[in-house]
Design a protein around this ligand. Structure first.
Ligand SMILES: Nc1ncnc2c1ncn2[C@@H]1O[C@H](COP(=O)(O)OP(=O)(O)OP(=O)(O)O)[C@@H](O)[C@H]1O
Ligand SMILES: [Mg+2]
Length: 337
């Protein structure tokens, strides 16, 4: 059976061929004509080329630290720990001219708490094309690595894919979704790329970003958050240190985490385990209002409250935290408008 990867090699080859032809055409124009006119034509051609085709340079890659901070402050609700860690980790890494290893983030939390959403915000503030950039690669366990029997083939393809793409663009981003459904061992096969090494076979991986997304550890995070709430403590009092150690241990020992007994944890190759807290009623309202606006409606509290009241919350009696986070809101909204 064929292994399905996010973008086929054929597409990559086409792109290489097409861009090669264009560059060649530009070169020819440049060489054929003489004098100032030719230089101008060449410059215009090159500009046009960089404008039309995504290239791995400052035309298409432009880290916006203020933009990331602004997005995390304004668009991400109820995730003060994640927002703080991600801002520091990404900004520090992107501003470091000579990182010793790629950035590896592992985001954890129950469904609909914003893990995929945050990955999009990071991508949007690094790549002009955001998550749609050719330098951002999204892998989903059930779609791209569905059969355990093909694990060896997946390992080889994944390694080739990462090596090939990082050699095209060192500042590549790889997002692995549904880590909890990943075959244990698949991630270990990419260990050499995440490690501290100058280069492997002439390719340096130090500029790359790896993001793992998973529900593993979500229950533990929820328990800690509920405990803070029961003890009458402020949600904002929860710190990374209240969760991170236990999170990495639970991911390491949890059968369904995708990183069970993983060398990535053992060798401390994951830079941050980032907890996503369960969202409260007020955050669901915020998500609803934002979603209404993004769908072109005037945000209305009454509508969103009606929708939020129909969602499931826990603990059952007190109905504080949303079971599905903000996940169902976009689809449910039109029933209430
Ligand atoms: N904390 C949040 N702040 C703002 N919007 C959010 C938040 N969490 C979720 N959303 C909204 O809900 C949608 C679904 O969330 P998202 O896909 O990021 O959840 P997830 O944590 O990746 O869940 P899953 O574990 O099921 O993949 C997002 O596109 C976003 O619109
Ligand atoms: Mg997700």
């Amino acid at each position: 059976m064929n292994v399905r990867l996010p973008r086929t090699w054929t597409t990559v080859l086409h792109l290489i061929v097409i861009s090669g032809l264009i560059v060649e055409a530009i070169e020819r124009v440049h060489l054929a004509a003489a004098g100032t006119g030719a230089a101008v034509l060449g410059t215009v051609g090159r500009k046009l080329y960089h404008y039309l085709y995504e290239t791995c340079d400052e035309n298409w890659l432009n880290f916006n630290a203020a933009g990331l901070k602004n997005d995390l402050d304004r668009k991400l609700y109820g995730q003060h720990v994640a927002a703080q860690v991600i801002l520091k980790a990404v900004t520090g890494f992107m501003n470091n001219k000579n990182p010793k290893k790629p950035l590896v983030l592992s985001l954890h939390g129950s469904t609909g708490t914003g893990k995929t959403f945050v990955s999009q915000l990071i991508a949007e503030n690094i790549y002009i094309q955001g998550i749609k950039s050719n330098f951002v690669h999204l892998f989903t366990a059930t779609a791209h690595f569905p059969h355990d029997a093909h694990i060896d083939k997946y390992k080889t393809h994944l390694q080739e894919w990462i090596r090939g793409n990082v050699s095209i663009c060192p500042r590549s981003m790889f997002i692995f979704d549904e880590m909890d459904k990943m075959h244990p061992g698949l991630m270990d096969s990419i260990k050499p790329y995440l490690d501290f090494s100058d280069n492997l076979d002439g390719v340096s991986y130090r500029q790359a970003i790896f993001i793992f997304l998973s529900n593993a550890g979500g229950e533990m995070i929820n328990e800690v958050t509920v405990k803070f709430w029961r003890d009458g403590r402020d949600r904002e009092e929860i710190q990374l240190r209240d969760l991170e150690t236990e999170l990495s241990q639970s991911v390491f020992s949890n059968e369904g985490s995708g990183l069970r007994n993983s060398v990535l944890i053992d060798k401390k190759l994951v830079d941050f385990f980032v907890p996503f807290l369960p969202l409260e009623y007020k955050h669901v309202i915020q998500c609803g209002l934002a979603e209404m606006a993004s769908q072109g409606f005037t945000p209305t509290n009454i509508v969103i409250k009606r929708m939020a009241d129909d969602l499931i919350f826990f603990p059952k009696e007190e109905r504080v935290f949303s079971v599905q986070g903000c996940k169902l809101i976009a689809n449910k909204l039109h029933f209430y408008i």
